[in-house]
Design a protein around this ligand. Structure first.
Ligand SMILES: *[C@@H]1O[C@H](CO)[C@@H](O)[C@H](O)[C@H]1NC(C)=O
Ligand SMILES: *[C@@H]1O[C@H](CO)[C@@H](O)[C@H](O)[C@H]1NC(C)=O
Ligand SMILES: *[C@@H]1O[C@H](CO)[C@@H](O)[C@H](O)[C@H]1NC(C)=O
Length: 420
C-alpha cells in the first residue's frame, strides 16, 4: 500500500514539474518571439481589391518563413547557422506609411532610426506597390554590419479585410493607414508609428521606453500639436473637438495596440463605449465635412473624449518648424536638445527652413562606416552655421546637442558580432 502511495506522490511531483516546464517554455517563447512570429504573415487583404499582391518575392526568406524573424538573417536572407533566438531581445517595431515621392525621405528616416538605435528593430513599411522593389533594393544595399541590426516587412497600403469595401469608399488609404495599424498588425503588441518626414536624433529605444511608462489606462502617446495657443491651429480654427489645449500631432505616435484592440472608447455618437474597429467609420461619417488634417483630426476627436488613454510626451520628441519659426517655444528642446525632428510641410526639400534641411542632408549623405564625428556631426555643424539668418537656425545648437551623444551608438564596421 505504502509503495503505491509513494509511486502516486512521485507521479504527482513529476506531473507538476512537467507542467511547470511546459508553462515556462510557452512563456519564454512568447516573450522572445513575442510579436515576432506571426507578424510577418502578410496583412489581411481586401479580397475585392485584386492586384494588391503584397510582400512577396521581393522581401526574401524572412517573409516566407515567419519564424526566421528574430534570427540571424543575413544579407541574402539565409538563416545563419547556430542562431541564438532565445537570447535576443524582442525587436522594437517601427511603422511608417509612405506614398508618392517619399521613397528617399522614408529611407533617410529609417537610416536615422537604424544608425542610433540599440536594440534590434523590425520595420513595417506600408508603401504603394510600385515602391516595394525600390525599398528592397535600397535596404539590401546597406552594408552587412548595418543590415544585420534590423528586419523588415513591406506591406501594401490596405484596409482590414472586414468591411474593406466600405472603408475604401470613405477613407483615402494613404492618409488613414495609421489608424488601421492595430487591425492590420493583429499580432504585434506595440509600435512606434512615424511619418516619413521624421528624423531620429536619439535611439528609437528611448521613444520605445515611453510604452513601459503608460499607466493602466493609457494606450497611445503623442506630443502636443503646438506649445503656443496664440499661434496654434486647432484652438483657433478646428470645427471639431480636439485633445487638450492645442490638440495633438500624430507624426510621432506610440501605440500599445494590444490595448487599442481591446479598449472601449467613449464617443459622442453612442452612449456606450465602442471598440477601435467600431469607432472609425461612424466617426468619419459624422465629421467628414469638418476635418482638415485627415486622420490626425480623427485622433484628436477620439482622445478628446478619452484623454485618460493618452500619454502626452514633450515636444522635443516631435520637434517641428512651428517650434522655432517665430522664436523658440519648445521648452523641453531648449533644455535638452531635439530628440526627434519632424520636418513637416516639406521643409527638407525646399529652402524655407535651411536648418531642418541641413539635418536631413547630413543624415542622407552620411556614408555607413565612416567616422560619424567628422562625416556627420562636424559637417552638420558647419552647414547649420550658415542658417543663422533664420529663427530656427539661431536655435541650431538644439539640433546637434542630442545628436552628439547619439554618435556613440552609430554602427561601425569593426567585425563585431551582429546582433540579429
Ligand atoms: C550571425 O551571422 C554572422 C554572419 O554570418 C556571423 O558572423 C555571426 O556570428 C552570427 N551571429 C549569431 C548570433 O549567430
Ligand atoms: C501593452 O499592453 C499589454 C496589455 O496591458 C501589456 O501586456 C504589454 O506589455 C504592453 N506592451 C508594452 C510594450 O508595454
Ligand atoms: C461642423 O462644423 C459646423 C460649423 O462650425 C458646425 O455647426 C457643426 O456642428 C460641425 N459638425 C460636427 C459634427 O461637429
Amino acid at each position: 500500500m505504502r509503495r503505491y502511495i509513494r509511486a502516486l506522490v512521485l507521479c504527482m511531483v513529476f506531473a507538476v514539474f512537467s507542467g511547470l516546464f511546459v508553462y515556462s517554455k510557452l512563456f519564454y517563447s512568447d516573450v522572445s518571439v513575442a510579436s515576432g512570429a506571426k507578424r510577418l504573415v502578410s496583412p489581411p487583404q481586401d479580397p475585392g481589391a485584386g492586384g494588391e499582391e503584397e510582400d512577396g518575392a521581393a522581401t526574401g526568406a524572412e517573409q516566407r518563413n515567419p519564424h526566421r524573424a528574430n534570427r540571424n538573417v543575413t544579407r541574402d536572407g539565409r538563416d545563419a547557422v547556430g542562431s541564438t533566438e532565445s537570447r535576443l531581445p524582442p525587436p522594437m517595431h517601427l511603422a511608417v506609411v509612405t506614398c508618392g515621392e517619399r521613397l528617399e525621405e522614408t529611407l533617410t528616416m529609417i537610416k536615422s532610426g537604424v544608425l542610433f538605435s540599440i536594440k534590434p528593430l523590425h520595420l513595417h513599411i506600408f508603401a504603394e506597390d510600385q515602391l516595394h522593389a525600390s525599398f528592397v533594393e535600397a535596404l539590401e544595399s546597406w552594408p552587412g554590419f548595418v543590415r544585420s541590426t534590423f528586419t523588415y516587412t513591406l506591406h501594401p497600403i490596405s484596409f482590414p479585410s472586414e468591411n474593406a469595401k466600405e472603408w475604401k469608399k470613405l477613407f483615402k488609404p494613404c492618409a488613414s493607414q495609421r489608424l488601421f495599424l492595430p487591425l492590420i498588425l493583429k499580432d504585434v503588441d506595440s509600435v512606434v508609428y512615424v511619418d516619413s518626414d521624421i528624423l531620429f536624433l536619439r535611439p528609437v529605444d528611448e521613444l520605445w521606453g515611453f510604452l513601459t511608462r503608460f499607466d493602466r489606462s493609457q494606450l497611445a502617446a503623442m506630443a502636443p500639436e503646438h506649445e503656443e495657443p496664440r499661434i496654434a491651429w486647432y484652438n483657433r480654427f478646428a470645427m471639431h473637438p480636439f485633445y487638450g489645449r492645442t490638440g495633438v500631432n500624430s507624426g510621432v505616435m506610440l501605440m500599445n495596440m494590444t490595448r487599442m484592440r481591446s479598449a472601449y472608447f467613449k464617443n459622442d455618437m453612442t452612449p456606450v463605449g465602442l471598440l477601435w474597429e467600431e469607432l472609425l467609420m461612424p466617426l468619419l461619417q459624422k465629421y467628414k465635412l469638418n476635418i482638415t488634417w485627415g486622420d490626425q483630426d480623427l485622433l484628436n476627436i477620439i482622445f478628446h473624449h478619452n484623454p485618460e488613454r493618452l500619454l502626452e510626451f514633450p515636444c522635443k520628441w516631435n520637434y517641428r518648424p512651428d517650434h522655432c519659426i517665430y522664436g523658440s517655444n519648445c521648452a523641453s528642446a531648449e533644455e535638452d536638445g531635439v530628440c526627434v525632428m519632424h520636418g513637416n510641410r516639406g521643409v527638407y526639400h525646399d529652402q524655407k527652413q535651411p536648418a531642418f534641411r541641413a539635418v536631413y542632408q547630413a543624415i542622407k549623405k552620411y556614408v555607413f562606416g565612416t567616422d560619424p564625428v567628422t562625416a556627420l556631426l562636424d559637417a552638420l555643424v558647419e552647414e547649420l552655421s550658415k542658417t543663422t539668418h533664420t529663427y530656427c537656425g539661431k536655435s541650431h545648437t538644439l539640433f546637434t546637442k542630442k545628436l552628439a551623444h547619439s554618435l556613440a551608438n552609430v554602427k561601425k564596421d569593426d567585425g563585431e558580432k551582429p546582433r540579429l
